[in-house]
Design a protein around this ligand. Sequence first.
Ligand SMILES: [Zn+2]
Length: 512
Amino acid sequence: MTFRLYNTLTRQVEAFEPLQSGKVSLYTCGPTVYNYAHLGNFRTFLFEDLLRRWLEASGYEVFHVMNLTDVDDKTINGATAAGLPLRQYVQPYIDAFHEDRGYLRIRDASVYPRATDFIPAMIRLVEALLARGVAYRGEDGSVYFAIRKFPAYGRLSRVDTRELKAGASERVTSDEYTKEDVRDFAIWKAARPEDEKVGAAWDTPFGRGRPGWHLECSAMALELIGKHLGAEVLDIHAGGVDLIFPHHEDEIAQSCAVTGQDLFARYWAHGEFLNIRGEKMSKRFGNITTPRDLKEDGVDAGAIRLLMFQTHYRQQLDLTDDGLAAAQEASRRLGEFQNRLLETRSELDPPRLAQAAERLARDVAEGLNDDLNAPRAVAAMFTFMNEGNAALDAGERPGSAALRAWSNAEEVLGVTSKITSMRITGTGTTAPGGLQTRGEGTAELLDTSPADQSEELQKAWALQWAVRRKQAKGLRNYPEADRIRDLLRVAGWEVRDARDGSVEVVRIRRAS
Ligand SMILES: [Zn+2]
């Protein structure tokens, strides 16, 4: 089976073939660290994480570069407003970004270059563009890319450059502009007093200033793939659809003009927007949600990944409270099923589980090979869960094939919730965590968790009480709910209610 990916450059789904056999270079535009990255940004990063994980699961060695934009119009404005040097202003947002992607189980890139650490590479790129005559110095001291000198300009975004006025003296200096505004763009911006004030200006042979945003990605990508792979063309370049123009179009112009290559990246992959109640998530609409908001609400990362992956990356996704609650419940069920699989594991698979495992592996592979059809891969996990639960209910035990198929799917998708409420109906045996069961369907929990048990079993014990407490609250039996809260506190646990109705226990201290 070959992996097929939609290529924005050709507007077609194409068979993927890397330049060097077995190796893939992947460049993904990272966050601009002037603020906390929001869920819309993270929808893109999660799509890229899925792409990365699927390439690795398919046997490729992936060299993944994700840059951090720490010098551009936005970070300079932020630093100016805060009255801080640029590097100091952005640092908390860089730390927060790494924290957030850790929470969302996003795999580490091979390297996270910071733009301000690559100024010499950027200077060399500007010099090369000046030497080739595709860039020129304006009377304002900035350096501009002359798009007329690069006939392939517009190939990715299909912007029509014929409309441009001949001998255009008009130029654009801001990092972001629209297709109606296509003009020569600044690759190096002359230093202004506000740049100097926050430490965002460097001396160069072509004048003191700072890089334009588009130039940064070209310079870092070329520098890093040259150094690590001896290449000057990327296999895959990915980002959000909003980056196609002008950012990626300008990256191509700058890079190809200097390498002389026909392509900067062989495949261009773009993820669609995340909307909130039909509006693109943005500061302008005041509808920003960040992963840390959801984390504080007790939402498990598996639920967020599930929510994102239930819609194909090339379709817009509307985030609603109902959608999030449904994803939390579904992710919790996947997590519970996973626990069940692990608890009942044995050696050999009974025939129906062996068949279900084969189907799961095949459907996940077929789905993801088909332009990362994650909704199909996720659906295969639910089908397997239903078949698996039925088999387990009938007393069958999963063997290595079932466990392997499941963990392979979960390894790529990462959609199961770690927050699971324990099943408290017993089967007549002594269950972990001090839960003693008496006959079918009834259970009695011990008031104290045996201290010699593993942390995992003690947590299972605490979770069972937390579920009981929730039931008591549901029945308005508040004295009982309070009693349970207190007994959990004594054992060193705090109980928290999640919005989706599930419960979570958090270790506050070790039991004495
Ligand atoms: Zn970029």
